[in-house]
Write a protein that binds this ligand. Structure first.
Ligand SMILES: N=C(N)NCCCC(=O)O
Ligand SMILES: [Zn+2]
Ligand SMILES: [Zn+2]
Length: 326
């Protein structure tokens, strides 16, 4: 599509292609049909949506390297007004698609460095990043980069898995270990961090002891019904208070019925409705960055997982919009 492609423009911010004038299935799939970073001219960039096509850290099913393009493709139907938040996420802040970070598929160590460096560079221009993975390994370099700017971060981690295990095959950097490394490195605020949606078998009871010592509180999936969405939101807000918050959403926090396309699925997860409502409940917290990871398109069907992830990303950008500067 050419430069004359009609787009929504609100408060001078360039938004998505107008799907009432251009078929939403035409043209390249940027996230939510937003402009690319190089298409917004000199507009200030508030939020950069960036992909990390990398799955070199997985312990089971591969495929999350195809996550960024799949989530973008599954995001074509998103519209610019969020009625549940009473907000136009692309009108209160300039959001644009920054493309994909190059991460070496043959060297995990180099990939992790590339991700950290690319995040640093993007944060020179954008106030905040919303990253689409990729496997959960990528949260470690992203947290290194974000904490360099903000100090130790309260991490609110939605996942079936703790991801605070120590090593796999002796390897310290995997998708099951990012939050242990982050805690050891002092990147996270041990008084303000938590996991939501944890479930399924562990290796040993000690996993929970270690996890607690690393600074995480847990809302397990089995407490979802008793607490309700508002109870979970209350617990998160009480934990993070006014700290800078990084939200990491592993799509496997959702039940496999809502997110079959992922690498390590566990039965008994959250409904997408619950997760989206909890994310909306975070509006107003000091959200300094977020990711959505572990979408593995080869295991998806009819874009079920891609659509769920695109809506998660939309609510996260909306939550960022709630604290956007005018
Ligand atoms: N981060 C995700 N999705 N999974 C971690 C699972 C690690 C394991 O195989 O025990
Ligand atoms: Zn997981
Ligand atoms: Zn995970």
């Amino acid at each position: 599509m050419s430069q004359e492609t009609p787009r929504t423009v609100e408060n001078g911010r360039v938004g998505p292609v107008l799907s009432t004038d251009v078929p939403r299935y035409a043209g390249p799939a940027t996230f939510a049909l937003l402009p690319r970073v190089d298409e917004i001219g000199s507009n200030d960039l508030d939020v950069a949506v960036v992909g990390v096509p990398f799955d070199g850290g997985v312990s089971y099913r591969p495929g999350a390297r195809f996550g960024p393009s799949h989530v973008r493709e599954s995001s074509r139907l998103l519209r610019p007004y969020n009625p549940a938040m009473e907000l136009s996420p692309f009108g209160v802040q300039q959001v644009a698609d920054a493309g994909d970070i190059v991460a070496n598929p043959f060297s995990l160590e180099e990939a992790v460095q590339q991700i950290e460096r690319a995040s640093d560079e993007l944060l020179e221009r954008a106030g905040r990043l919303l990253t689409i993975g990729g496997d959960h390994t990528i949260a470690l370099p992203l947290l290194r980069s974000v904490s360099r700017r903000h100090g130790p971060i309260a991490v609110v981690h939605f996942d079936a898995h703790l991801d605070t295990w120590d090593t796999y095959f002796g390897a310290p950097t995997t998708h099951g270990t990012p939050f242990r490394r982050a805690s050891e490195e002092g990147l996270i605020d041990r008084e303000g961090s938590m996991h939501v949606g944890i479930r399924g078998p562990l290796y040993a009871a000690q996993d929970l002891v270690d996890d607690n010592a690393l600074g995480f509180q847990i809302v397990p999936a089995r407490e979802m019904d008793a607490l309700g969405v508002s109870g979970v939101v209350e617990q998160i807000r009480a934990r993070v208070q006014d700290r800078p918050v990084y939200v990491s959403v592993d799509i496997d926090v959702l039940d496999p019925a809502f997110a079959p396309g992922t690498g390590t699925p566990e039965a008994g997860g959250l409904l997408s409705r619950e997760l989206l409502a909890i994310l909306r409940g975070l509006a107003g917290v000091d959200l300094v960055g977020a990711d959505v990871v572990e979408v593995s398109p080869p295991y998806d069907h009819a874009e079920i997982t891609g659509i769920a992830a695109s809506h998660v990303a939309y609510e996260l950008v909306s939550a960022m919009g709630k604290t956007a500067r005018p």
